[in-house]
Design a protein around this ligand. Structure first.
Ligand SMILES: Cc1ncc(COP(=O)(O)O)c(C=O)c1O
Length: 451
């Protein structure tokens, strides 16, 4: 007999303690690391012989195979300072994917540069490299590929375009710590790479943090200066002389020490994920109408986020739209105890901050003299719209290296829901449905790409 769906009163497939799993995992190693800082009392990067930030920087550079790593206080700041240190100027255009965390597209604004969006690939969810060239103009200076969800972007094609048009490449490597592409470690594949250490990331700290990696000594030195009010760092003794504009964007030693402990455990944890997650995905792949994450043979997936696309036709529900199917599945699976979420409900160009084209008043930076007009119309990003409509994500929980038994119960929940697809289909048809981005304040119906 089929067990009843939890949304109609059945017993949920997932036990309550598996609905939220601990991440970051905090062990004695992290406790000792934090206490060590309280004992040695070197709390900031400026303290003489400070060991934690400098230790993290050299360990991170080794982890990425780069000459330098510079620690800052967030991934967003890492992107902002990377673009600044590379010489991005007001009015320059920076190419970014239409699907990412907003920081990727917000960072160019720090230098009064203008984000230009490119649609994503429907399989990898990364920037569609076949659509980049048509967005390159006389003002384009950089491409920021994002290794979204843990899967490296198509870096060879991106680097070829960068060579052809003399562009800089800044990897947003935030979601793919440890990943490799064609045998090379990400974080070393462009001019500069940016990392976040926030609590959601695969190598987190106990708060917020970030890093920039590069082989370029001058760029690294500029970032070290930018993170401390543009100070001239060439003197042995600190003279408090600012050579350039900067801000106070330093990481704290306690946070660095915590991350060093996480970095030391990373490959053990990742080996467990490399077992747990494919077992889970293989079970889901048996269910018609679920598209599990794809891993091209030339790169590794770091499993940072698991995105599932849902196809109602393949599930045997013709006439049910993808958005309604996804919405009905979310209700059913959440009731069973599977903590599925959206990751982004709106393509980046649809974010109100970009729709307004006014970041600093008077339309800056879009109104700067000589800039090209930008059209941020969602109809130009049909794949991003479609993926947002028809997919849901599993985040954070599955990073716990002991998530295996919980993932088994998540798979039980999917299987149960799939036994009731006729009911789910009826429920989906009855839903009052709008695409997720219509919930955004300031949404204009004319900007919709997909109904
Ligand atoms: C792809 C991407 N880029 C940049 C960032 C910004 O990092 P932070 O939150 O540390 O500022 C994030 C953060 O989650 C991200 O996912």
């Amino acid at each position: 007999m089929k067990a009843e769906l939890a949304m109609f009163g059945g017993k949920p497939a997932v036990r309550p303690e598996y609905r939220r799993l601990e991440w970051p995992v905090v062990t004695d190693a992290e406790r000792e690391a934090v206490l060590r800082v309280l004992d040695h009392r070197k709390f900031t990067v400026g303290a003489k012989n400070e060991p934690e930030i400098h230790g993290l920087e050299s360990e991170w550079a080794e982890f990425c195979g780069t000459r330098h790593a510079v620690a800052v206080n967030s991934g967003t700041v890492a992107l902002e300072l990377a673009l600044t240190a590379l010489g991005i100027q007001p009015g320059d255009e920076v190419i970014v994917p239409a699907l990412s965390y907003v920081a990727t597209a917000m960072a160019p604004l720090y230098q009064l540069a203008i984000p230009v969006f490119v649609d994503i690939d429907p399989v990898t969810f990364n920037i569609d490299v076949t659509k980049i060239e048509e967005k390159i103009t006389n003002r384009t200076r950089a491409i920021v590929p994002v290794h979204l969800g843990g899967l490296p972007a198509d870096m060879d094609e991106i680097r070829a375009l960068a060579r052809k048009y003399d562009l800089l490449v800044v990897e947003d490597a935030v979601q793919a710590q440890g990943g490799t592409y064609r045998g090379e470690r990400i974080g070393s594949l462009g001019n500069v790479a940016c990392w976040s250490l926030n609590v959601e990331k695969s190598i987190p700290t106990c708060g917020e943090g970030g890093l920039v990696t590069t082989d370029d000594e001058e760029v690294a030195e500029r970032i070290r200066s930018l993170r401390i009010l543009g100070e001239d760092l060439s003197t042995e003794e600190r003279l408090y002389v600012s050579a350039t504009r900067g801000s106070n964007l330093k990481l704290s030693s306690v946070l660095a020490a915590f991350t060093r402990a996480q970095l030391a455990s990373f490959w053990d944890y990742q080996a467990k994920r490399d077992h747990n997650i494919p077992v889970f995905l293989d079970r889901l792949a048996q269910l018609p109408g679920i598209v599990i994450p794809t891993v091209p043979a030339d790169r590794t997936h770091m499993w940072h986020m698991l995105r599932f696309r849902f196809d109602p036709e393949a599930a045997g529900l013709p006439g049910v739209t993808a958005g309604r199917f996804r919405q009905a599945l979310r209700r059913a699976l959440l009731a069973e105890g599977v903590p599925l979420t959206h990751y982004q409900i709106i393509p980046l160009p649809g974010q109100p901050v970009f729709q307004k084209q006014d970041a600093y008043g008077q339309g800056y930076p879009w109104s700067l003299p000589g800039t090209n007009p930008q059209r941020y119309d969602l109809a130009d990003y049909p794949v991003t719209c479609q993926v947002i409509e028809d997919s849901l994500c599993l985040r954070r929980m599955h990073l716990n290296p002991d998530a295996g038994p919980a993932l088994d119960e998540y798979a039980d929940a999917f299987e149960r829901v799939w036994q009731h697809l006729d009911v789910v289909g009826r429920f989906a048809r009855s839903l009052d449905y709008q695409p997720p981005w219509t919930a955004v304040p300031g949404y204009e119906p004319t900007a919709a790409g997909v109904a």
